[in-house]
Design a binder for this molecule. Structure first.
Ligand code: PMP
Length: 753
């Protein structure tokens, strides 16, 4: 045990009266070992080094003040670690010939002592060496690994009180009066006030029976690595973060670049065991508390043991350096520093309303370039299934966002994304199963022939690539889209996003067909529209390469086209030598309530299908699916690579969304809940057109923009679309159930008044 040992009883008992000869005898009789034995230095135990059969052991003869239960716990814990993490370097406890981990020896003075024999770990004690550059990170990892290895361990002896426990440092208050430097006493008393609530604050945090003393004096290193963690004599049940703070304090006492070393240590720690924000909140306080405990215990004990003064004061200077540096910061500022080192600062789920945010946003994001929803914008804090929480403490029913298709912050998606990000994220030019599995599943969901999948990061990029392929394959340069369409932000896709500019600004290579505002518009109408668009292109010197259609006609005001109209578009496009793109960026992933893809409702067999928006439940991921011969013709003359497209994190997000959609039957649910919603709306506004299918519903309503504001006042978020924004756009996460519809209709009714 190092000086950090908490028990005082053994400090006053004499060391065991056992010599080298008695130790060798014991090894022979109890362990069957014929060993050469030499004595090791120890404060109050009697320790020996034994060498037998080319192996080295430590023989620990315990002080009679040591507790047998405590020693049994240490042995059990070491066995536990050896079993669950066999590669982690801790000593192994030898069992005697009759199978005991602990034996007894009678000393010359008649006292009986407990004896353990352990393997010797290679390397040098860290606090006796100049710490190498890699040490801080590896030390963090080792601390975390041991913490993790012990998480399933328990023992009744662990519930004990140790003077060194940083959580209870205020119990050392009396020793502030004994600090040798008088000017330190009053500031120390004030500092201790700061720790009054510390013990209670750790109670809600993850805890376990832990080593309790993973410090530089108990860590061995050699040739570029940590070779051993020894001395389980301070084990006790404690918060994981208290264990971390004990180790980190020990490192920082020796550091001349405190924040850099803390960062490296925490990096190493979190690579093994990610911290909870609530744990990070307390790291700084616990480091201060542990440092304060060091100087207080030294002030208490050094005068009692003058022979041992050097040892008992060895941590004092380093502890004061930490205290002087960190106690400058108040608890919130200190916590913030650690949150920033750990990456936990920007994910607070309880954010205060920030009155400066809007002005700062306007100045940094270019005002009108980045408009916001609502006259009084919402400062959003947290999403939870169908709900969005704002900084003023309100909760809104989300009837607008189709991206969180399986609900805001879906735990499975969150897990998958976080775990993959913790393992690997890289471009898709390496072999990795995620991208392959996702491509296979998407292709399998498509009609025969759509056999080739390419990944991008946004619907715009996917559409842009379809456009490039169509131009190469057809050798033409004309695009046709609906009169009020949206297909993306790139130069190419913005050109056929006819909703975003006045007709007078339409480029010559783009022509439009009239969106099917009349549900009776059929295949003949569609064919006529396509022919007219084609001749418009031809008279401008172009010809039809690509016709793109968003099958829900979202920006035209949410229309429900007849199947024959959609087939007419497709067939006439093909007959004209063009290619047909079903843009499922908005409509896909089951929103229509019948099929996974809306184009399937119409019996279409597109040349291109593009996916995006809901695909990653908020993580940016998109795809283009096409036929092999189109892809091959394209790569003959061009190439495609997207840095982020198809990376393992994006793919795992999309795979998990597909899993959730499939396993929870969200497609049919979207159909049922959508029908309920539509019926409810029709009964509330019998005179108004309610359009759409599944959970994509449009209500044409005079003053729709004002109405959306009133809905917001009543706790419901919707959007507006269509000509002049005259249509309410209702497009919620697909996890809505009857209660959400009910809540929506109540808000709707209130807004009508
Ligand atoms: N196509 C359609 C039908 C869309 O609704 C959108 C986005 N609103 C896009 C393409 C473009 O997708 P993104 O914003 O991801 O680039």
């Amino acid at each position: 045990m190092t000086q950090t040992g908490g028990q005082t009883a053994s400090m006053v008992e004499d060391p065991p009266d056992v010599d080298v000869r008695r130790a060798a005898q014991l090894l022979r009789s109890e362990y069957g070992l014929d060993a050469e034995v030499t004595e090791l230095r120890s404060e109050r135990d009697r320790n020996f080094l034994a060498e037998a059969d080319g192996r080295r052991f430590v023989v620990k003869v315990s002080n009679t003040g040591d507790d047998a239960e405590q020693i049994a716990m240490e042995c059990a814990a070491m066995d536990h670690v050896a079993a669950v993490d066999p590669g982690f370097p801790i000593p192994r406890v030898l069992t005697s010939v009759d199978g005991r981990a602990v034996v007894t020896v009678e000393a010359a003075d008649g006292r009986t002592h407990l004896v353990r024999v352990m393997t010797v770990m290679p390397g040098q004690v860290a606090d006796l060496t100049a710490l190498p550059a890699w040490f801080a990170t590896d030390f963090g990892s080792a601390t975390a690994r041991l913490t993790q290895a012990l998480q399933g361990f328990g023992h009744p002896a662990a519930y004990r009180r140790l003077d060194w426990d940083p959580r209870i440092v205020t119990s050392l208050r009396a020793y502030a009066d004994r600090l040798p430097q008088e000017h330190r006493r009053e500031p120390m008393r004030r500092l201790l006030d700061r720790f009054e609530g510390l013990d209670a604050a750790t109670r809600a945090l993850p805890a376990a029976v832990l080593h309790g003393d993973v410090t530089l004096s108990n860590v061995l290193l050699e040739d570029g690595g940590i070779t051993g963690v020894i001395d389980f004599g301070d084990m006790h049940h404690t918060a994981r973060v208290a264990e971390l703070a004990i180790s980190l304090t020990s490192l920082l006492r020796e550091s001349d670049d405190l924040w850099a070393d803390a960062g490296r240590f925490l990096d190493g720690y979190q690579r093994v065991l990610p911290l909870e924000p609530a744990e990070v909140e307390l790291i700084g306080e616990l480091i201060l508390a542990r440092s304060a405990a060091s100087v207080l215990i030294s002030a208490w004990r050094a005068p009692l043991y003058p022979d041992n003064e050097e040892y008992l004061t060895s941590l004092v200077a380093g502890s004061w350096r930490i205290l002087d540096l960190l106690a400058e910061l108040d608890p919130a500022a200190l916590a913030n520093r650690f949150h920033r080192l750990c990456g936990t600062s920007r994910v607070a789920s309880a954010q205060a309303a920030d009155p400066t945010l809007l002005v700062r946003r306007q100045s940094a994001l270019g005002g009108e370039l980045s408009p916001l929803f609502y006259r009084q914008p919402l400062q959003v804090v947290r999403g939870d299934g169908a709900w969005i929480h704002t900084a003023d403490g309100r909760r809104y029913l989300d009837a607008y966002n189709n991206v969180p298709v399986v609900g805001h912050a879906h735990p499975a998606v969150v897990q998958a994304v976080a775990r993959q990000a913790a393992v690997l994220n890289l471009n898709s030019r390496y072999l990795h199963p995620n991208v392959v599995e996702l491509a296979e599943r998407l292709v399998a969901s498509m009609p025969p022939g759509l056999d080739t999948c390419v990944f991008a990061n946004s619907g715009s990029e996917a559409n842009d690539l379809a456009w490039r392929m169509a131009r190469v394959v057809t050798g033409r340069g004309g695009a046709v889209a609906a009169d009020l369409s949206y297909h993306g932000v790139s130069e190419a896709t913005a050109a056929f996003s006819t909703n975003t500019y006045p007709a007078s600004a339409r480029p010559a290579h783009v022509a439009v067909f009239q969106a099917p505002r009349d549900p009776r518009d059929d295949g003949m109408v569609a064919a006529r529209e396509v022919r007219a668009a084609r001749s418009a292109l031809q008279s401008a010197g172009h010809d039809l390469a690509l016709l793109a259609v968003d099958s829900v006609f979202s920006s035209a005001g949410i229309l429900t086209p007849a199947s024959s109209f959609m087939r007419g578009l497709q067939d006439e496009t093909r007959a004209s030598g063009g290619l047909f793109l079903a843009d499922e960026v908005q409509a896909g992933f089951g929103r229509g309530g019948r099929n996974l893809w809306r184009f399937q409702d119409f019996g279409l067999t597109p040349d291109f299908v593009t996916l995006g928006k809901p695909m990653g439940n908020g993580h940016p991921v998109a795809a283009l699916i096409t036929r092999r011969e189109i892809a091959e013709a394209f790569v003959e003359v061009d190439e495609y690579f997207s840095t982020f497209g198809g990376n393992p994190v994006s793919c795992v997000a999309a795979l998990t969304v597909l899993d959730v959609v499939e396993q929870t039957g969200l497609v049919s649910r979207s159909g049922e809940i959508g029908a309920l919603l539509k019926a409810g709306l029709e009964s509330l506004v019998p005179d108004l057109p309610v359009r759409g299918q599944g959970l994509m519903v449009g209500v044409e309503l005079p003053g729709a923009v004002d109405f959306a504001e009133r809905l917001r006042d009543n706790g419901v978020l919707v959007g507006t679309t269509g000509p002049g924004g005259g249509v309410l756009k209702i497009r919620p996460p697909l996890i809505w159930d009857e209660s959400h519809v009910e809540r929506f209709l109540i808000g709707f009714q209130q807004a009508l008044r």
